[in-house]
Write a new protein. Structure first.
Length: 393
């Protein structure tokens, strides 16, 4: 699931109907208050396919071919990877360093932001097996969404497609809303909210209410689950064609729903309904899962959604090919939801965020000293092991 990570506003700047950017802002604000050396507010997803590659941008350096990585096990301590170009290493050595985004598929990519000198500068580092490569991105406020064969990349200069070879292909933004949904459509995150990528065009998402989509997911067969907000609250529904919509998702909460997270894998879909608490936090009101592309739904049991210790401030959600769902929160770490709809919190560190699925492996960013680590599981969240983030070794 693709999520933006631009968190420059204060929590006090609140709207009655917070968009998902605001949801993520508040989740990251919790982390920012807890840490001063490195704040990991990570939420955007990156699809990395094939060999590792560099992203072109101002001030880039073309690194020499990377030598094979050492085969010795990671000892739990991290340092900047010496194989990276000098300009990238400078950013990673900043004292004011943020992990801006991390995720992967076939490889792992990380966006880093260094702010020792204003304006803050960015770098992307991609690790694919034994290969690692990185490039600077300038003061670009990057945003990345997974797409087949690469990802959609957006910064202050516009939108383009990044391919596995590291090149950029043109993408055309169409200022209109689609009237249908098709197999092969991919939901992408943009600065204007979620959109559909269809071929080389970015278009608006058809919705059941005509209002703007706040989150959506399209299955490989072209069935879509979409959520809309504003006005009379939030509406979640599914469609096969974008014109005829199934009945809206039944809700079990009596609290107003302010925003929605939607994530999926194949025909497995998870939907988290979120509120807007007076204290500035984002409570998770309920979660529902579907294993038939949104035709039927199972209400998730075992979530603490009441009282002062309720589940709150989610940063990301991921669904595996087996239908397991994982929700990263500021309050209850990573919540594992099995295929029957039973939830179980899993604490990996003092603070866990940015959960994603990578070729059958579930990973999350866990707090660990100066630099965080990736905590990953190959057995559906039963056991976890650590590894350094891309850019570190």
């Amino acid at each position: 699931m693709s999520l933006p990570t631009d968190f420059h506003r204060e929590i006090s700047e609140r709207a009655e109907q917070p968009g998902f950017d605001v949801v993520l802002e508040r989740a990251r604000g919790h982390r920012r208050r807890r840490r001063t050396s490195l704040a990991s507010g990570v939420a955007a997803a990156v699809v990395v396919a094939g060999l590792a590659f560099a992203v072109s941008g101002p001030g880039d350096e073309s690194p020499d071919p990377a030598p094979p990585a050492p085969t010795t096990p990671w000892d739990g301590t991290s340092e900047v990877d010496p194989r990276l170009p000098g300009s990238v290493r400078v950013i990673l050595e900043n004292k004011r360093l943020d992990l801006w985004a991390v995720s992967g598929s076939g490889g792992v990519a990380a966006l880093w932001r260094g702010c020792d000198v204003e304006p803050c500068t960015f770098a992307v580092v991609i690790r694919d097996g034994d290969q690692v490569v990185g490039s600077t991105l300038g003061a670009s406020l990057p945003r990345i969404s997974p797409v087949p064969g690469g990802w959609l990349y957006e910064d202050t200069r516009g939108i383009s497609m990044l391919n596995p070879a590291g090149g950029r292909d043109p993408v055309y933004v169409i200022d209109s809303r689609a009237t249908d949904v098709m197999a092969g459509d991919t939901v992408v995150d943009t600065s204007d909210g979620p959109r559909l990528l269809r071929g080389t065009k970015v278009i608006g998402i058809p919705t059941p209410s005509g209002r703007e989509a706040v989150s959506a997911y399209v299955t490989p067969d072209g069935r879509m689950v979409a959520a809309t907000g504003a006005g009379g609250g939030v509406l979640v529904a599914a469609t096969d064609d974008g014109r005829t919509w199934d009945s809206a998702l039944p809700s079990h909460t009596s609290e107003p729903v302010s925003s929605v997270m939607v994530a999926g894998h194949g025909d497995h879909v998870a939907v988290a309904l979120l509120g807007d608490a007076p204290d500035g936090s984002i409570p998770v009101l309920e979660v529902q899962v579907s294993h038939d592309a949104g035709r039927t739904w199972t209400w998730v049991r075992g979530l603490d959604t009441d009282g002062g210790d309720r589940v709150r401030d989610p940063s990301s959600m991921a669904v595996t090919a087996d239908g397991l769902a994982f929700l990263a929160t500021a309050s209850h770490h990573v919540i594992r939801i099995d295929t029957d709809g039973d939830a179980l919190p899993v604490q990996l560190s003092s603070f866990d965020a940015s959960v994603f699925e990578l070729a059958g492996t579930v990973c999350a960013v866990s707090e660990r000293g100066r630099y965080d680590q990736l905590s990953c599981s190959t057995d559906g969240g039963t056991s976890w092991f650590g590894q350094p983030l891309p850019g570190l070794r």
